[in-house]
Design a protein around this ligand. Structure first.
Ligand code: S3P
Length: 171
């Protein structure tokens, strides 16, 4: 694929897993934003939030995205908050297709319940909180997305193929 694919969506929507599968299945390069930021900073996401605060982390995300605009044939697994900033959405749109991976709060909870590297869910690890935050974010995800793919009760291969089908029609 000439253009890039940006996977957006809530924590636990499956962005990282699906991005790794897209890399293998469609021979794309892969950028996992959280991992890249952790590597650059030499700290886990939870430490970056604790030491520098959320705004600092959001700025790192914006800078990383700006740097990705030169890439081609790359699948980018975005952090769950990336679509909240308009400038991030513009940067993604410039170089690729934005795919929103949707999931129900119950599905998300099952996927993230044992994680301790998601500061926003620390102390809030329950379906009600996830549902509330998802409701606030949903308009941003939908506004940013060129296409949406539901992930509940689907396996990774089916999700990859649906993304490919929906995106190749647009590239
Ligand atoms: C965040 C999602 C996380 C990570 C950070 C903030 C968010 O990424 O970037 O904890 O605001 O939704 P994942 O969506 O990959 O878990």
């Amino acid at each position: 694929m000439r253009q890039n694919i940006f996977l957006i969506g809530f924590m636990g929507a499956g962005k990282s897993t699906v991005a790794r599968m897209m890399q293998e299945r469609f021979h794309m390069a892969l950028v996992e934003m959280d991992e890249q930021i952790e590597w650059q900073q030499g700290k886990r996401i939870s430490e970056i939030f604790a030491v520098h605060g959320e705004e600092y982390f959001r700025q790192l995300e914006t800078e990383l995205l700006e740097g990705l605009s030169q890439k081609e044939n790359t699948v980018v697994s975005c952090g769950g908050g990336v679509a909240m900033r308009e400038c991030n959405v513009e940067a993604m749109r410039k170089s690729g297709t934005v795919v929103y991976l949707s999931a129900e709060p119950e599905t998300i909870y099952e996927r993230v319940k044992n994680s301790h590297n998601r500061p926003l869910l620390e102390g809030n690890m329950n379906t009600a909180y996830i549902a509330e935050l998802l409701k606030k974010r949903l308009p941003f995800y939908l506004a940013a997305a060129d296409v949406t793919v539901e992930t509940d009760k689907k396996d990774g291969i089916a999700i990859c193929d649906e993304i490919f089908e929906k995106c190749t029609g647009r590239l």
